[in-house]
Design a protein around this ligand. Sequence first.
Ligand code: SAM
Length: 248
Amino acid sequence: MVRNVFDSVASKYDLMNDAMSLGIHRLWKDDFVSSLKPGRRGPMKCIDVAGGTGDIALRILDYARETYADRETSVAVVDINGQMLKEGYRRFKKTMYHNTPQVSFHEGNAQELSKETFPDNTFDLYTIAFGIRNCTSIPMVLQEAHRVLKPGGTFACLEFSKVTNPLLGSLYDQYSFSVIPLLGTILAGDRESYQYLVESIRRFPSQPEFARMIQDAGFSTGGLFEGKGGAWRDLWGGVACIHTGVKL
Ligand code: SAM
């Protein structure tokens, strides 16, 4: 079902993201990637799962190059949906990373990554942005993340989360239950897919519940954000949230 949802939104995905979040998803993604500082300790092997049209991959490569003059960090973009990957490939064609070992695209399921393409203990950084809530089994995704990361490697997730402030929460509920499906109808002619996206946000575990799941998968959480010891960092009062873990 998720494959069909993203099939139908692929060509409009970037436009809709901007429209629904008023462009704020770009700020969150910038924040997410810069807090991970890819390239700081030298070139990194990264995997961006549920990578869609390559928003996170592009930011990782740009950040490493612009901040550390690093042209060796690489990102494998994995997504279950071929249409989303196709959009990503098309987009990367216009960049300096096209046809270099810095980026590759792979169709695959986050819950069961190919052992041949992605052997155990391969990556320094695993990212998943706005993708894990669409997966049927979160523990299976975390288990796979743990498998493909090297010991000491970082798991990082950016996802919509739970707003804790009741006033902000009710404004956000009104916005997401009425405005988002309406925008889906007007801009993409597809109310159901956007209704599904809103519902999937509601079903996702709370910040502490998700942090516990990350720990249960064998990650140590906390301490990655400089000066902050938390296992997660809320963005916009919990509208979105960054969770991290380090493979023990
Ligand atoms: N990470 C991108 C971003 O932030 O712009 C894309 C996010 S988009 C909301 C969610 C993506 O998750 C879609 O491209 C969808 O195809 C992908 N997806 C959903 N379930 C998946 C799964 N089980 N394995 C891999 N990708 C999946």
